[in-house]
Design a protein around this ligand. Structure first.
Ligand code: ZN
Ligand code: ZN
Length: 380
């Protein structure tokens, strides 16, 4: 297999900076996002390649290994953050920034000024297994800090109850000279008298008690994308707490917990189910009903299907929001019937009388080996 040139896929030179690589990746990932090209296989392939390339050269350590030719290039996707079902907490900020609009959440950059941003709110959201597989709509209600609408966040009763801070002269910050071994250094600090606003409140707003913010209940309708996993974090930009200093809002982080299913087990995008079948169906072959995320479907099992046989159905596993699908693995469990009636026992006695070792290849091979085992013993 030809070595893939990840730089070429991302359209950057091999000497590009990490920032250049990141911005090239974001541009391409947006351009080829499956939601924008439903059913377009070429775009989906390109999207996959772009993600694979970025998963390697977007990481400085892996990039170094790749540059030295030490990285396995068989495209197994071991480094691909998109090879699984997606929404893991790792790197979610980046991913969500990019796909936020596609999922109907408000977009916006996660970057913000350090001092004045509001705090994030974590919200635990429990989903049933099927809700997590198929996606769902949820209404959530939580309390957050919002800017006081009465005073517009100033904390003052009206315009006349604000005066310029005398300590900083309205600038909001003050220089603090410090003596260090390099001589005197001047640090600019936030003014402690006005808290950085440059204004002093003389008469406080009654609604918020001068804080400029109030606690308010917020109700949101959110669309949970299909295929989310237990522990996934969905980030809703700007839905967190308001900043007291006038900066941007924090984010709402939806932490997903998925109730386990009694039918399915999940591994990434693959689903596993065990279907008990009757002794007769396993022996003679026949139709069985199999559950899948899209409902029940019928399939045929072959004559003489052994216990523990696994059937694989491609594309019948979990479908992720990005249009990737996993497989469904069906394990056949031949159930030994219990509580037989006399008539049933008689039928089985008759069946056994008509059977011979020809019907039981494993038992025959076993008995042959066992007899050899003791013959060898005698000869020793
Ligand atoms: Zn107020
Ligand atoms: Zn001040």
């Amino acid at each position: 297999m030809a070595k893939k040139d990840y730089y070429e896929i991302l359209g950057v030179s091999s000497s590009a900076t990490q920032d250049e690589i990141k911005s090239a990746y974001r541009k391409l990932a947006k351009q080829y996002h499956p939601d924008l090209h439903p059913g377009d296989e070429a775009a989906a392939e390109k999207f996959k390649q772009v993600n694979e390339a970025y998963s390697v050269v977007g990481d400085p350590d892996k990039r170094q290994k790749y540059d030295r030719g030490e990285m396995d290039m068989d495209g197994q996707g071991g480094f691909n953050p998109f090879s699984g079902s997606g929404f893991t907490a790792t790197g979610f900020d980046d991913i969500f920034d990019m796909f936020g609009s596609a999922f109907g959440f408000s977009g916006g950059s996660r970057r913000r000024s350090q001092t004045s941003a509001g705090s994030d709110i974590q919200y635990s959201l429990e989903l049933t297994f099927m809700e997590s597989i198929l996606g769902c709509k949820k209404q959530i209600s939580f309390t957050r800090v919002e800017k006081c609408s009465t005073c517009g966040g100033s904390g003052a009763k009206d315009e006349n109850s604000l005066r310029t801070c005398d300590k900083c002269g309205g600038k909001g910050h003050i220089p603090r000279p410090q003596n260090t071994i390099f001589g005197q250094q001047i640090t600019i600090g936030v003014c402690d008298k006005c808290g950085g606003s440059g204004k002093i409140v003389t008469d406080t707003c009654k609604a918020c008690g001068g804080r400029g913010t109030i606690n308010k209940n917020r109700v949101l309708n959110v669309t949970i994308p299909a295929g989310v996993e237990n522990g996934s974090v969905l980030q809703l930009s700007g839905e967190g707490n308001a900043s007291r200093g006038g900066g941007r809002n924090g984010d709402l982080l939806l932490v997903i917990s998925v109730k386990p299913s009694k039918i399915f087990e999940r591994e990434n995008l693959d689903l596993f189910v065990t279907v008990p079948v009757t002794f007769k169906t396993a022996v003679c072959g026949g139709e069985i009903e199999v559950p899948s995320p899209e409902g029940m479907f019928t399939t045929k099992i072959a004559e003489g299907t052994p216990n523990g046989d696994v059937l694989r159905f491609r594309g019948k596993g979990v479908r992720s929001a990005r249009g990737l699908t996993g497989d469904l693995y069906v394990t056949i469990e031949v159930e030994v019937p219990k509580g037989l009636t006399r008539a049933q026992r008689r039928a089985l006695d008759e069946f056994e009388r008509d059977s011979s070792l020809k019907n039981y290849s494993k038992r025959k091979a076993f008995l042959d080996e066992v007899s050899k085992l003791f013959k060898d013993k005698e000869e020793e």
